[in-house]
Design a protein around this ligand. Structure first.
Ligand code: GCV
Length: 639
């Protein structure tokens, strides 16, 4: 049985059991059961209401309407999954205190593919997972708690997520086998759990599977035997899971093989699988995270952020129509601040997926508070041309919104209780990218803790500030990467500096940053002219990205009049003070919070404070040692 504790398995759809038996009528389907279930657990409010569920041919698939009147609520949708979304939408509105008769809504998802990628390994570990172990795998095999998985499916469906990949994109021999007859019966059982919730499975596959599993000598996408192997594999997989959404591929990336390693293009690599999936309606999600991870740090010509565009842009028009090229939002790798990838929106004849990361790999690992929604709002607002931003690409060039999941088998799913808000926000923003971070965070707080202003206002304020606070004590002004190598938590200013990963700040005793302008690495030239001009020029470049695009002396004057160096000192001191004020805010909420929630978050905030101090001292000392210049305000910097 699922745990019913208030902050446990039910998360924002947590229940308060009651004896109230609602009248729910209409089409007999899973959504109707979910509606009864949800209402019966909602408390004793509105107990003389009749809820009616009906399909409507006028509504497109997945969209729904809610129409309340005294004693009645009508949910209409274009398909059964739409009804389910309508049910959750209705329950959410009730939960945050709307009265049935005032409910009136018409909802339609902005994009049809709203996807969560799990980086779960067959041994049960989760790559970049900070919330316990895998929900799908255990000890070398498929292993899960079916009740828990059903709760998970409900949680994801309640925010409109409709596809999930279950295994890590770093596919091993063991996880490559998920497409074989040996494993498919068990994978199909997972698909069965998610199906009623409108969620389809994706399987991450290995580029060399034709060799590893098929015994063929090559994985060359232009080899007939390889094409045949993928076709037969697709046919087998679809026999077990007829509604599989497709396959996901990480190729030519971080020591993984791919078409480039045998002289083929990314399009040739993707298309052979696309053709195999096509008869079954499947999609190949082909990641664009392709770069040289063996760079010599002495080489200042190669510039990692240029790689994805260099590989993929020339191939526009060559990908089959069931290929989605999945592009990380930034050209580096999920740093606290990056410009958007110039590849997003650049290819007019290629279907694209926008890849975000909910898992806080570089952003505090669910120890530090970090509301990802504020960053995503910014990503969606990022310009593509003078009159189009990234949000405008959605359902145009961008056909899928994808995120790396932050969940695991911890009781609260996400390690940090407040990180649940990030999973919630992803679903809501993928459904409706016009929502703001403020709106989705408010919704989550209201659903989770109630909407009493005493709780809502301070908590909202703290969560919305959290990303900027994290940024203050981290790597400054978009430079990124000053982090402990491999595990990515805590400061190490030169951690990546002399490594092969292409992630350099190149600080010396007078200057820091990489010149990515036309005169430098030329990266800015990958953007459309409007964005190119914005970043090319120091005076128009957003200040928080200055060191991503420009190499500047420490005495460079920022718009505030402060020097670059003083800015670094100031923000690192402020970051610690801000975390101290988060702790004060959280303490002030103690009386309104369930003990369990208070204690859990308090522990994380205390750990965050230690982390912020460590960052402050390491970063400030580093620059003091480089420059010999003290803090203008005379604060303590270790020598
Ligand atoms: C799944 C980064 C992470 C890796 C991850 C990779 C990717 O490099 O550190 O853990 O691998 O991104 O997105 O493929």
């Amino acid at each position: 049985m699922s745990k019913n504790c208030s902050f446990g398995y039910q998360a924002w759809i947590k229940s308060q059991p009651s004896k109230f038996l609602p009248k729910v009528t209409g089409i007999d389907c899973f959504a109707l059961e979910e509606c009864k279930r949800g209402l019966s657990q909602l408390g004793d409010k509105e107990n003389d209401t009749t809820v009616t569920l009906a399909l409507s041919q006028e509504l497109s698939s997945e969209s729904y309407t809610l129409e309340g009147s005294p004693g009645n609520l009508r949910i209409e949708a274009g398909c059964e999954t739409g009804l389910l979304y309508g049910v959750y939408g209705f329950l959410f509105r009730l939960r945050i205190g709307e009265s049935i008769e005032s409910i009136s809504a018409s909802e339609k998802p902005a994009v049809s593919m709203r996807i969560l990628n799990h980086w779960d390994n067959i041994d049960g570990s989760v790559e970049r997972g900070y919330s316990g172990r895998s929900l799908f795998f255990d000890n070398g095999q498929i292993g899960y708690d079916p009740d828990r998985l059903r709760d998970y499916a409900r949680l994801l469906s309640s925010v409109g997520i409709n596809q999930i990949s279950i295994n890590n994109v770093n596919v091993t021999l063991e996880s490559a086998k998920l497409v074989t007859e040996e494993k498919l019966p068990d994978v199909a059982k997972i698909a069965d759990i998610f199906r009623p919730f409108g969620i389809k499975l994706i399987i991450a596959v290995h580029f060399e599977s034709p060799i590893l599993l098929g015994g063929i000598k090559t994985a060359d996408p232009l080899d007939d035997k390889v094409a045949k192997w993928w076709q037969e594999t697709a046919a087998t997989v679809y026999r077990y899971i007829p509604d599989l959404a497709g396959f996901l591929m990480k190729a030519d990336s971080e020591f993984r093989s791919g078409p480039a390693s045998i002289g083929r293009t990314q399009a040739e690599g993707a298309n052979v699988i696309a053709k195999a999936l096509k008869p079954f309606g499947g999609t190949i999600y082909w990641r664009c995270f392709v770069y040289n991870c063996m760079q010599d740090w002495r080489d200042t010509k190669t510039d990692r952020p240029k790689a994805a565009y260099d590989y993929f842009y020339p191939l526009d028009g060559q990908f089959d129509d069931n290929v989605i090229v999945q592009i990380k939002h930034g050209p580096m790798d999920f740093q606290v601040r990056e410009p958007n990838s110039p590849l997003l929106g650049a290819m007019s004849k290629t279907k694209q997926g926008l890849e975000l990361q909910i898992a806080q790999e570089y952003t505090g690992q669910q120890i530090d508070l970090y509301a990802t929604s504020t960053q995503w709002e910014e990503i969606l607002n990022h310009p593509v041309t003078d009159n189009r931003n990234t949000r405008d690409l959605i359902n145009q060039e961008v056909k899928a919104i994808v995120a790396v999941s932050n969940t695991g088998n911890d009781d609260n799913w996400t390690g940090h209780l407040l990180a649940q808000a990030n999973l919630y926000a992803f679903g809501r923003l993928a459904w409706n990218p016009s929502l703001t971070a403020d709106q989705v965070t408010k919704e989550w707080i209201a659903l989770t803790f109630g909407n009493e202003p005493n709780i809502l206002n301070p908590l909202l304020d703290m969560m919305l500030k959290s990303r900027l606070v994290y940024e203050k004590y981290n790597a400054p002004l978009g430079i990124g990467w000053m982090v402990n190598i491999n595990h990515h938590y805590g400061p190490s200013v030169d951690g990546y500096e002399y490594m092969k990963w292409g992630t350099y700040h190149r600080a010396n005793n007078t200057a820091i940053g990489v010149d990515r302008t036309q005169k430098g690495t030329g990266y800015t030239m990958q953007y459309q002219p409007y964005v190119q001009n914005l970043y090319e020029n120091k005076d128009t470049c957003p200040e928080n990205l200055l060191l991503f695009f420009h190499r500047l002396p420490y005495d460079y004057k920022l718009r505030s009049g402060r020097t670059l160096l003083q800015y670094i000192y100031d923000t690192h001191f402020e970051g610690v003070e801000d975390v101290e004020s988060f702790i004060k805010t959280w303490n002030s909420l103690k009386e309104y919070m369930p003990e369990e929630a208070y204690v859990q978050v308090k522990k994380r905030l205390d750990a965050q404070l230690e982390n912020a101090k460590e960052w402050r001292d390491v970063v400030n000392s580093y620059f003091f040692r480089k420059t010999g210049i003290s803090d203008e305000k005379g604060r303590k910097i270790y020598e």
